[in-house]
Design a protein around this ligand. Structure first.
Ligand SMILES: Nc1ncnc2c1ncn2[C@@H]1O[C@H](COP(=O)(O)OP(=O)(O)OP(=O)(O)O)[C@@H](O)[C@H]1O
Ligand code: SF4
Ligand SMILES: [Mg+2]
Length: 443
């Protein structure tokens, strides 16, 4: 890239908001300074009209005719505030996150606007029914996950797998109403956890649940750990916030957890900032933080994606051991069949925001029924087949802004599609040991 292009495409968009705000505050100061000089008789002189000199002249008749001072004073105030707000408005419009309201009015709970009352009579530990989450922009709702339904039993590990953008994180975040809002909106569904519908809880109840009974290991620990607070302080805070206990107990618990997740040199890590740790260590700290309040359900969003295979294997075995020792339920999100097959009891495959296949891990691994699942599994490299040409799934997953025609959302990439795949919306049905959303599932 040439220097000119770097300036135009990289530097300019980043400094433009700062330039706009600096200009608007400087103009505000200039107006104030000019008015101040005129007020002192050093600026423009009568008969030249100037708010500062008007204010200065009005001062002599302040008692008899107060409006002669109030009006120019109020005008100076309004002009300066107006110029500053105008600059702020332009800055907001230039930043896509600010213009969509994500940074200016972030909500602690995803907006919930349910279209209907979904019957959920399941007694499962966690039961998700018809969960549908959308993002609202360009005055439209764009669905990111549609009619997602699944159950998790106590002590079970459920895998959620699919390509990038298939709606895995949105589904998982919706369970504890953590989808960024605006623009996120939960438009349909029910999420019953131990008998109570989370989507009908108030903020205090949801807050009580988060981090306490349901913990989240986020996809990117670097952006979720606070960059300016030391690891030890963050671990203590996670404990104190839910237990109202003293620092001493929180420190003890935090260090115990770091030991549990096999962090070497605990004292050093305790006093480090997140950027001073390696990716694997940050991920372990995130796991330790998720375990702080002995949760009953852990949602792990691709906890090993950024790690090398040895660290990945350690973290997986750690999660598996913790699950078995503590009877934890886990919703494990990944796009790697190898990882999912190692620790999950059941697997859900998502495509375009919908579940396309669900079943026991061994059944899906040995006999994938949906063409998407089988094509996805074909893309996994096998040890000992180094010369095998790795197939890819042609095309790309649908974006949430894509206006879906009726029919199967995988049709444009499916190798066995037939004409009637595009004639109707496809329901998920039982096929053998699995449930599949396909008119022609593999036998
Ligand atoms: N804040 C947002 N605003 C608008 N669209 C969003 C937002 N967050 C996610 N999306 C869209 O929702 C869809 C699902 O995103 P999601 O993060 O759930 O994907 P994912 O399956 O977790 O992918 P990955 O494997 O890359 O993490 C994507 O098409 C994405 O573009
Ligand atoms: S419904 Fe048709 S297009 Fe869709 S996955 Fe099945 S065979 Fe392919
Ligand atoms: Mg994700």
């Amino acid at each position: 890239m040439s220097n000119f292009k770097i300036i135009i495409y990289e530097i300019f968009p980043n400094i433009l908001p700062v330039i706009v705000v600096t200009i608007s505050t400087t103009v505000g100061w200039m107006i104030l300074e000019t008015a101040g000089l005129s007020f002192l008789g050093l600026g423009s002189q009568p008969p030249q009209a100037d708010l500062g000199s008007m204010l200065g002249e009005g001062r002599s008749s302040l008692i008899v005719n107060p409006h002669t001072s109030y009006v120019p004073g109020a005008m100076i105030f309004l002009i300066v505030i107006g110029v500053n707000l105008f600059g702020d408005g332009i800055r907001d419009a230039l930043d896509p996150r600010l213009s969509k309201g994500e940074l200016v009015k972030p909500q602690p709970v995803t907006q919930i606007k349910l279209n209907r009352n979904v019957e959920n009579n399941s007694n499962s530990f966690l039961s998700v029914q018809n969960l549908t989450t959308a993002f609202e922009f360009d005055n439209k709702l764009h669905l990111a996950s549609k009619d997602v339904s699944f159950d998790i039993k106590k002590g079970e590990c459920l895998g959620l797998i699919g390509e990038s953008g298939s709606g895995k994180s949105v589904t998982a975040l919706s369970i504890t109403c953590l989808v960024a809002s605006p623009p996120g909106v939960i438009v349909d569904g029910s999420v019953k956890f131990q008998g109570d519908d989370i989507l009908k809880m108030n903020y205090e109840q949801i807050r009580e649940l988060r981090g306490n009974k349901i913990s989240y290991i986020f996809q990117d620990p670097l952006s979720t750990l606070h960059p300016l607070i030391k690891i030890g302080k963050q671990l203590e805070e996670a404990f104190i916030e839910h237990n109202q206990q003293k620092n001493k107990e929180a420190t003890f618990k935090g260090k115990e957890l770091l030991k549990l997740v096999q962090i070497p040199n605990i004292e050093n890590v305790w006093n480090s900032y997140p950027h001073e740790l390696s990716g694997g260590m940050r991920q372990r700290v995130s796991i330790a933080m998720a375990l702080t309040n002995d949760p009953e359900l852990i949602i792990a969003d691709e906890p090993t994606t950024a790690l090398d295979v040895t660290v990945q294997a350690q973290i997986l075995s750690l999660l598996d051991t913790l699950r078995k020792e503590r009877g934890l339920s886990v919703l494990f999100i990944s796009h790697d069949f190898g990882v999912v097959s190692q620790i999950c009891d059941r697997v859900i495959v998502m495509y375009g925001g919908q579940i396309v296949e669900e079943g026991k891990t061994e059944n899906i691994m040995s006999k994938p029924r949906h063409p998407y699942t089988s094509q996805l599994m074909e893309c996994v490299p096998h040890i000992g087949f180094g010369k095998r040409k790795l197939p890819t799934i042609l095309g790309s997953p649908p974006s949430i802004t894509y206006k879906k025609e009726i029919g199967c959302s995988f049709a444009s990439r499916c190798l066995i599609k037939k004409d009637n795949c595009l004639n109707e919306d496809i329901k998920i049905v039982q096929k053998g040991d699995s449930e599949v959303r396909c008119l022609y599932p593999h036998e």
